[in-house]
Design a protein around this ligand. Structure first.
Ligand code: HEM
Length: 162
């Protein structure tokens, strides 16, 4: 396997596979609260880029639900991070933000979607990834839609799967 590109050393803690330790919580003012499980996979091939896949499932039925995949880049010599993301709902987005210690704070810069994407449309997304002191990873996602201001949609913690 390829050696980690030096540009990614500060994101080494993210690499590998993660699995929700207990079901995540999905909320939003306009929907029924739900519970989900999720598997994350972050890998690299020696490029200054992390490849990722997030696969979420209904916590009760195990039915596949939300999926996203993409790439992570860091601006050389800075703590600036960019996520390039495609979602199975028909959404694509660029998120940018900063790495502080072992926390990533991201905000959408560009959001686009297929012409027949379900409404309401997402207008803005904010997320935080945080490596906790107990070794668990936490993700919190907030979004704004046509109808709702920026509000939390997801909260979940993961343990290392490999
Ligand atoms: C609902 C966006 C991730 C499960 C929604 C809605 C939007 C949305 C716009 C409709 C809200 C409304 O009707 O007012 C997103 C975005 C995500 C994301 C932008 C990632 C950044 C996830 C994940 C799951 C999930 C990981 C896990 C299973 C659901 C469910 C609903 C929902 C179950 C309610 C039923 C439905 O509308 O399909 N989401 N979502 N979402 N989301 Fe997400």
């Amino acid at each position: 396997s390829a050696e980690l590109n030096p540009a990614l050393l500060s994101l080494k803690w993210l690499l590998g596979s993660w699995e929700s330790d207990e079901p995540g919580e999905g909320t939003f003012p306009s929907i029924k609260p739900f519970r989900y499980t999720e598997k994350l996979h972050f890998s690299h091939v020696g490029q200054p880029v992390i490849n990722f896949m997030f696969n979420a499932f209904n916590a009760e039925s195990n039915k596949p639900l939300h999926r996203e995949c993409g790439f992570i880049r860091m601006q050389p010599g800075t703590n600036r991070v960019a996520f390039i993301i495609a979602q199975n709902s028909g959404l694509v987005e660029i998120e940018e933000g900063e790495l502080t210690g072992q926390q990533l704070k991201l905000q959408s810069k560009q959001v686009a979607r297929i012409s027949f994407a379900k409404e309401p449309h997402v207008q803005e997304i904010c997320r935080v990834f945080k490596l906790q002191s107990d070794g668990r990873l936490e993700q919190t996602v907030s979004m704004a839609t046509d109808n709702q201001p920026l509000t939390q949609h997801l909260h979940i913690t993961y343990r290392r799967a490999s």
